[in-house]
Design a binder for this molecule. Structure first.
Ligand code: AP5
Length: 258
């Protein structure tokens, strides 16, 4: 089975129509159109996707706001499945596929990759969640209002909350530059970081506002020590989803300062 594995025929139908409609719109000047990139995605199988009653939390915040760090801790605290859109895309890049090399170029430029690719990868990874998982932390998604709407439409689900990590540009920049000394990520340099901030402000903040208007945003101040930010995030999630309070197992989570 390929990395992208099996996905339903309904999804396949959707891609066909959706891409025909959006082809021109989502072409990047001088680059491959989104439809061409999506044509590299494998066909989907006829297995309906079942969330099995698990809750979905979208996790948003600027580059370096601490989404990944906190998801790793929250995942253990509440026995959740953590899916990072960025990590899934980097795994596709690491696979060496032609799709991966196109994604790598976009990510190094701080651009968003075509929505269908991200949703495709997420949906595939969600289907592989262990039976014991209580829900999903979907880290770095949706980065545009349209991504969120498409996700809800395709999976027939409304997220239980949008966890937003609120951090100043100065702190995020310091964290990313520090990580860039060792991470090897092609986007952890000042030029890419500036582009990522611009995309975040112009494209992702409207998505945060969209969910805020729907009363779904749980905002967490994400400056300060890792353990303090995590404690705030955990508290906020327990307030939002009271049944998770009984799941929290304090001894289970170890916090290692960055
Ligand atoms: P992605 O990998 O999601 O990158 P990002 O959003 O820029 O976020 P980061 O992973 O850099 O930071 P983070 O907020 O997770 O913080 P972290 O915990 O790692 O996306 C990369 C690219 O993929 C995008 O630019 C785009 O091209 C593409 N992409 C992704 N999703 C997409 C989508 N939905 N649609 C289209 N394209 C998409 O922390 C950062 C650093 O700070 C770490 O070193 C950490 O140790 C440190 N740190 C964290 N918290 C603290 C703290 N409290 N104190 C001190 N240090 C801390």
């Amino acid at each position: 089975m390929t990395l992208l594995g099996s996905i339903s025929s309904a999804w396949d139908d959707f891609l066909g129509c959706h891409l025909r409609r959006k082809k021109e719109k989502r072409s990047i000047e001088g680059e491959k159109p989104a439809a061409e990139i999506n044509s590299q995605l494998p066909k989907l199988e006829d297995s309906p996707f079942d969330l099995k009653g698990r809750k979905i939390i979208f996790v948003l915040g600027g580059p370096g706001s601490g989404k990944g760090t906190n998801c790793t801790l929250l995942k253990d605290a509440f026995h959740l499945t953590h899916l990072s859109a960025g990590d899934l895309l980097r795994a596709e890049v690491a696979s060496g596929s032609p799709l991966g090399s196109e994604l790598n170029r976009m990510m190094a430029e701080g651009q968003l990759v075509p929505m269908d690719v991200t949703i495709h990868l997420l949906r595939e990874a969600m289907a592989r969640a262990p039976a014991t998982s209580n829900g999903y932390l979907i880290d770095g998604f949706p980065r545009q209002v349209d991504q969120g709407k498409a996700f809800e439409r395709l999976l027939h689900v409304i997220p239980a909350a949008v966890l937003f990590f609120d951090c100043s540009t100065e702190v995020m920049t310091q964290r990313l530059l520090k990580r860039g000394e060792t991470s090897g990520r092609p986007d952890d340099n000042m030029a890419s970081i500036k582009k990522r901030f611009k995309v975040f402000t112009e494209q992702t903040m409207p998505a945060v506002e969209y969910y805020r208007e729907r009363g779904m945003v749980v905002s967490v101040h994400s400056e300060g020590k890792v353990e303090d930010v995590f404690a705030r995030a955990k508290e906020m999630l327990m307030l939002r989803i009271p049944e998770w309070a009984t799941l929290a197992d304090e001894d289970h989570v170890e916090v290692n300062e960055a």
